[in-house]
Design a protein around this ligand. Structure first.
Ligand code: PGA
Length: 251
């Protein structure tokens, strides 16, 4: 089973509209010749339509950083799957650790968001990862098991054919600390086996499992070489078009 590697940039709360368009345009030009990987950028909500226009007819794919699980209604400040799809969005990041930590997203909310995403034909990127304390307490696998199982609970595995999982150890995000190759390999192969035995063997084969947490041009090659690493989710190093291009064109 060949899985197309996904190099995904999460721009978090950075860049105004013109800045996002500028970076996206530069990135699209620099990566126009890339055929063997998928490249995704996730700007803020307000930048999505602008960036969608800027990258139309290029090889870049568009993602959102979040969504609300209701279809519509009196939910001030929220955005639905249908609204994102209509803005040209293809992927949506769900359950990022910053959403869990600062905006109190629970596994139940993450599950409802996954359901909303697949119902709206968006490709969900389910983020999971243990904190330093959970790792030190020996609860890494317990934590990841629960985040995956609860995240996809009740969703027909046929609807999950475009699911992406991003393993992002919380202690590695934005800290400059990356999980070691052994740690990454152990977790990724554990996750694929867990999906195989507990959810669906077809899904275990198709799902792309990304690594995230301080991915940089100088460590991406070693990460991508690891069995069961199907791409990366990048924060800081995705903000600059030149650096992001180095990530995409690593060797
Ligand atoms: P980072 O962020 O690359 O800046 O560590 C990763 C993420 O939050 O997805």
């Amino acid at each position: 089973m060949t899985r197309t590697p996904l190099i995904a940039g999460n721009w978090k709360m950075f860049k105004t509209g013109p800045e996002a368009v500028d970076t996206a345009t530069q990135l699209a030009a620099a990566c126009a010749d890339v055929r063997d990987k998928e490249i995704m950028i996730a700007p803020t909500y307000v930048c999505l339509p602008l960036v969608a226009t800027a990258i139309a007819n290029t090889s870049l794919h568009l993602g959102a950083q979040n969504l609300h699980f209701e279809k519509q209604g009196a939910f001030t400040g929220e955005i639905s799957a249908d609204m994102l799809a209509a803005a040209g969005v293809e992927y949506v990041i769900i359950g990022h650790s910053e959403r869990r930590q600062y905006f109190f997203e629970t596994d139940d909310m993450v599950n409802r968001k996954i359901q909303a995403a697949v119902a709206g034909r968006l490709k969900p990127i389910l983020c999971i990862g243990e904190t330093q304390a959970q790792r030190e307490a020996g609860n890494t696998f317990l934590t990841l098991d629960k985040q995956v199982a609860d995240g996809v609970k009740g969703v027909d595995s046929k609807l999950l054919q475009d699911l992406v999982i991003a393993y992002e150890p919380v202690w590695a995000i934005g800290t400059g600390e990356t999980a070691g190759p052994d740690q990454v390999e152990t977790v990724h192969s554990y996750l694929r086996t867990m999906l195989d035995t507990q959810i669906s063997s077809d899904l275990a084969q198709t799902v792309r499992i990304l690594y995230g947490g301080s991915v940089k041009p100088d460590n991406i090659a070693n990460l991508m070489r690891i069995q069961d690493v199907d791409g990366v989710l990048v924060g800081g190093a995705s903000l600059d078009a030149g650096t992001f291009t180095e990530l995409v064109k690593y060797d």
